[in-house]
Design a protein around this ligand. Structure first.
Ligand SMILES: Cc1ncc(COP(=O)(O)O)c(C=O)c1O
Length: 384
């Protein structure tokens, strides 16, 4: 039965899972301190880049001795750089339970042609970490952005592993607790949880990852933008702000503004609490309805950033068309933008819940989802 449209609208209808909503206090004039038209190698440029690195380490609580660098090509660049520079020294294990993890499998198996065991789980599930051999190099995504399934903790990763753990944490960093002692390479981009601009990637290396870089040379050639060593030694400059190629100082300024905002909401703890509250509002909504459910099967693995939902009403005849039509209604009303499921994922909705999203906006969106769902059920009945 169609229901009346809700009265309240989200103040910010942006729920995209990347680029994600900007910080709630964002305005373009906040970027006026960007050293535009100046060299990134000038003192002012270097200072800004170093502040971006130091601010990242401070807010994320990255341990002493780890290296934090700004690299080209966003999160993809950071993951590729790590895989092409470090893999091949020993056997690899590739874990995937959604589209991005699957992409890294393709790279390693088909492009790098590395001896790898591939362990996969379907959308909604996760690979069993207790069955993974961590004496191999293990590549995985912490939060599967396209399935809304995350690693619950690092308990299954042994402290005395012989292999490296290479973790794509782009939709987890700044929203979920990352066990740094269990992760040798962590990557993410600015365009996700902090609502920054796309373009640059962050690469965090443990001392063991640095050791690999300094003791192993892959058999294949490495393009300049992937090269992290010089004469067998780590190129320390990358981890001080001397980027390999030219960064956007406007994007850097935007990231610095986002880091300041992150401090103002209580740093990592505050950011995690904001994401948790957003996701909880959606979980509670699903709990009290029998027509919509979380795509994640095990509640312990439910993402608090990319919350993926499926429609479970068996009156729905064409799941994909139905979900698309619901998303289209929300978009047309201007109450929810970019919240359809990812193209390779099962039909449904994906609502970004990272800390830049206000819980009041999630709460205002949910009745609209119910409205769009009822309207679509009614439209389907009428068409039949
Ligand atoms: C898990 C994961 N890995 C990689 C990417 C690619 O990120 P980027 O486009 O910032 O390189 C995304 C983007 O959504 C992602 O969610």
């Amino acid at each position: 039965m169609a229901i009346d449209a809700p009265v309240t609208r989200p103040a910010n209808p942006r729920f995209s899972s990347g680029p994600c909503a900007k910080i709630p206090t964002f305005s373009l004039d906040k970027l006026s301190d960007a050293p535009l038209g100046r060299s990134h190698r000038a003192a002012i440029g270097k200072e800004k880049l170093k502040a971006a690195i130091d601010g990242t380490a401070e807010i994320l609580g990255i341990p002493e001795g780890y290296k934090v660098g700004i690299v080209p090509a966003s999160d993809t660049g950071a993951v590729e750089m790590a895989m092409w520079s470090m893999l091949g020294a020993r056997k690899a294990t590739m874990l995937a339970w959604e589209s991005f993890g699957a992409g890294w499998v393709t790279d390693v198996v088909k492009q790098l042609k590395i001896d790898a065991e591939v362990k996969e789980a379907g959308y909604g599930d996760i690979v069993d970490f207790t069955e993974v051999d961590f004496d191999t190099d293990v590549v995985f995504t912490w939060n599967g952005t396209t399935s809304g399934v995350r690693v619950p903790n690092g308990d299954a990763i042994p402290a005395d592993r012989a292999g490296l753990t290479i973790c794509d944490a782009t939709s987890a960093a700044f929203a979920q607790d990352l066990p740094w002692d269990k992760l040798d390479v962590v990557t993410f981009s600015w365009q996700k949880v902090l609502g920054g601009e796309a373009a640059h990637g962050m690469l965090v290396l443990s001392p063991r990852a640095v050791e690999r870089l300094e003791s192993y040379t892959p058999a294949w050639p490495l393009p300049k933008i992937f090269r992290m060593t010089k004469g067998g030694k780590l190129n320390e400059g990358i981890f001080k702000g001397e980027t390999i190629n030219t960064p956007s100082m406007l994007a850097v300024e935007d990231y610095l503004v986002a880091l300041d905002w992150a401090r103002s909401v209580g740093g990592l703890k505050g950011l995690m609490a904001r994401a948790d509250a957003n996701a909880q509002a959606i979980w509670d909504f699903c709990e009290s309805r029998d027509w919509i459910a979380n795509l994640a099967n095990d509640p312990a693995t439910r993402s608090n950033t990319s919350v993926c939902l499926k429609f479970t009403d068996d009156r729905i005849s064409d799941g994909a068309a139905f979900a698309k039509a619901v998303a289209k209604r929300l978009e047309k009303e201007g109450v929810g933008l970019d919240l359809g499921a990812y193209r390779d994922a099962p039909a449904g909705l994906r609502i970004w819940c990272g800390g830049t999203v206000e819980t009041s906006d999630i709460e205002a969106l949910l009745p609209w989802i119910e409205w769009a769902y009822e309207a679509e059920i009614a439209a389907q009945a009428q068409a039949a």
